[in-house]
Design a protein around this ligand. Structure first.
Ligand code: NDP
Ligand code: 2IT
Length: 448
């Protein structure tokens, strides 16, 4: 084991050396490979064949210029990315993020996570991520359209239903997917529905895809609680963010009888002890694209705290649904001290390494993003399935499939954690289960 640990340390040092300045990518790699010691001991040929070293190197990285003109005639230049990380299990699959913080290190961390997340779903999809440092906030529809058209004018040559299938992520929702698909169709003269997911159900999208990440995350939390003889009913919950993932996590929590008392955006936190009114959040965020602070104009019983920390609000269930590293060690300590018994990560890597350590050591039900937020990409895979067969399933049928998939992801993580001597540790379960599936396919394909 000592030898194996030394080897993993060496691999990590090499990743840091070869990818300087990409802190989020380093963090994501470290979290996965720190779980792999027992796997290398059990399967020495993974080490001989340098499977980890190969997985840490993306198959392809595309970086491109995205020029566009704003409503006043001014020219802007953004940077576009697509990191096609691993395609042994299927076409590259993963979202696009438009946010000013985007740089190569963010896209690589997300693409790396996506490999294992997608593998744990058991579905035939590889791992990728893309996006741009474009900030859609405050931009008109026409500006967003011109940006999306310029972005897709380059990206289209790298996509295809058998090659690479993007979807949404932060800053990329139904509107952007429409503009992107429209430009893809125009550039290629093909109605290739399966080239992108998260489409409107009016033109080839799957019902439930919009709801799937949030719903799936709550299903995962429900499974973790069930495994402990508990349920969500009556639980007080806090959900960070108020975007796609957060809104539909709140919706499913409420449907299952839990009480959601807080949500947020990048400016501040809403605390509504009488329960968050989701219709208001949906209208403010999905329709009017406003700030969450405006919630208190409608619901005077609620309290808004500019720049506040949502994790200071006492809850039994916490769903981080905004962004990476939004929940640090201090926040984790506060949550635990306030009686939190379950954390389900709707966002990707929202907990810092120190927070993860505290959650795992405390023995609460902690579902890492790779497992807990896999419902989004799974439903994307269901959308691809429907596109391939030119079919459209009902909401009820698709939601039932999602429920089964989340239950399977839970079982796979749970059993893998037990097999490797860490019962209840979903971090170890998800990382090892995902890694083994990818590693076996890589071995089968030879040195590629
Ligand atoms: P949205 O753009 O719909 O919403 C993002 C939410 O998070 C907004 O409320 C936003 O606030 C807040 N937020 C974003 N960046 C920051 C930041 N740097 N600091 C504080 N708050 C921030 O994105 P999604 O809901 O789609 O994505 C949320 C998370 O879930 C991301 O981590 C994403 O990678 C992950 N995820 C998404 C999936 C999907 O299917 N969409 C699938 C799996 C994971 P504001 O509006 O003020 O910026
Ligand atoms: O992080 C994610 O899993 C997503 N943004 C969804 C990816 C997808 O292809 O649906």
């Amino acid at each position: 084991m000592k030898q194996v640990e030394g080897r993993i340390k060496q691999i990590f040092e090499q990743v840091v050396r070869r990818n300087p300045g990409e802190a989020e990518f380093h963090q994501a790699v470290k979290e996965v490979i720190d779980c792999l010691g027992p796997v290398l001991v059990k399967h020495p040929h993974y080490a001989d064949q340098k499977i980890i070293e190969r997985i840490c190197e993306p198959e392809r990285q595309i970086i491109f210029r995205v020029p566009w003109i704003d409503d006043h005639g001014e020219v802007h230049i953004n940077r576009g990315f697509r990191v096609q990380f691993n395609s042994v299990l299927g076409p590259y699959k993963g979202g696009l993020r438009f946010h000013p913080s985007v740089y190569l290190g963010i896209i690589k961390f997300l693409g790396f996570e996506q490999i294992f997340k997608n593998a744990v779903t058991g579905m035939p999809i590889g791992g990728a991520k893309g996006g741009s440092d474009f900030d859609p906030k405050g931009r008109s529809d026409a500006e967003v359209m011109r940006f999306c058209q310029s972005f897709m004018t380059e990206l289209h040559r790298h996509l295809g239903e058998y090659t690479d299938v993007p979807a949404g992520d932060i800053g990329v929702g139904a509107r952007e997917i429409g503009y992107l698909f429209g430009q893809f169709k125009r550039m290629t003269n093909r109605y290739e529905s399966g080239v992108i997911t998260g489409k409107s159900p009016l033109w080839g999208g799957a019902l439930v895809r919009r709801e799937s990440t949030g719903y799936g995350c709550v299903f995962f939390v429900d499974e973790m609680l069930k495994a402990r003889g508990q349920s969500l009913e009556g639980m007080t919950c806090v959900v960070s963010g108020s975007g796609n993932v957060a809104i539909y996590a709140m919706e499913k929590l409420q449907q299952l009888g839990a009480k959601v008392v807080a949500c947020s955006d990048s400016n501040g936190v809403i605390h509504d002890a009488t329960g968050i009114k989701l219709d208001t959040v949906k209208r403010l965020k999905e329709v009017e694209r406003r700030r969450i602070r405006d919630y208190v104009q409608v619901h005077r019983e609620a309290h808004y705290s500019e720049g506040g920390c949502i994790w200071d609000i006492a809850c039994q269930v916490a769903i981080p649904g905004a962004t990476e590293n939004e929940l640090d060690e201090r926040a984790a300590r506060t949550l635990l001290a306030n009686g939190c018994i379950a954390v389900g990560e709707g966002a990707n890597m929202p907990s810092t390494p120190g927070a993860v350590k505290l959650f795992v050591e405390s023995g609460i039900a902690y579902g890492p993003g790779k497992a807990a937020n896999g419902g989004g990409v799974s439903t994307s895979a269901l959308e691809m399935q429907q596109n391939a067969s030119r079919d459209a399933w009902t909401f009820e049928f698709t939601e039932q499939r999602l429920r089964e998939i989340m239950s399977n992801i839970h079982r796979s993580c749970y059993e893998t954690a037990e097999e490797y001597g860490s019962p209840g540790n979903y971090v170890i379960g998800a990382n090892i289960a995902g890694f083994k599936r990818v590693a076996e396919a890589m071995l089968a394909f030879g040195v590629i």
